[in-house]
Unconditional design. Structure first.
Length: 197
């Protein structure tokens, strides 16, 4: 009887270990499903989930929920002149800049699609969001894309951005539309700039 009980206990322990391992694997797979493989920041699905969660919570007193939309200027020309591999290097570089710049654990950087990126900033202010977007813009402009064999600078990267704060009654689409309109204000104003909605 004791041997049977010991054997059963070992089976239960082994089963619990296997369940814990499977849970860990599932959590890792869920996390990876929300990351863009090229940049290692949130992908569009991760962005959508983060923004939906943001809309469900009130902003802290004296704060706002903000959104920054960023777009690489003249990206099609980069692909056309230097190829898609070089275009991917530019996107990876901006992903790295965003990972380093977005340090608040509540905030999140995402690849919105193609060469467009977003930063979700809960409990922020429009001024703080614009300041962070400006820092990202300056870091992007400092990025020099070089020929790997000659180290010659081929081109520099500029980005344009738009910043918007959540207003009462806004849904995700309204907030995105205002940030996107501010982004296009930057594009139409000469690029390499940040505009606020």
């Amino acid at each position: 009887m004791k041997n049977s009980a010991d054997a059963l206990q070992q089976q239960v322990s082994a089963g619990q270990s296997e369940i814990a391992r499977l849970r860990t694997d599932l959590d890792r797979a869920r996390g990876e499903a929300l990351l863009d493989p090229l940049t290692s920041i949130l992908n569009r699905k991760g962005f959508d989930q983060r923004l939906a969660a943001l809309l469900q919570q009130p902003a802290a007193a004296g704060r706002q929920h903000c959104l920054v939309m960023l777009d690489i200027d003249h990206f099609k020309q980069v692909n056309d002149a230097h190829g898609h591999v070089m275009g991917d290097r530019v996107i990876q570089g901006l992903g790295e800049i965003l990972r380093l710049a977005v340090t608040d654990p509540e905030h999140a950087a995402a690849r919105y699609g193609g060469e467009e990126f977003a930063i979700v900033l809960p409990h922020s202010t429009l001024a703080d969001a614009a300041r962070l977007a400006g820092q990202v813009r300056l870091r992007a402009r400092a990025m020099k894309i070089r020929n790997r064999s000659t180290q010659q600078v081929l081109f520099t990267v500029t980005i344009s951005g738009g910043v918007a704060a959540l207003r009462p009654g806004d849904d995700a689409q309204a907030l995105i539309a205002r940030a996107d309109a501010a982004l296009y204000q930057s594009k139409n104003g000469g690029r390499d700039r940040i505009s606020c909605a």
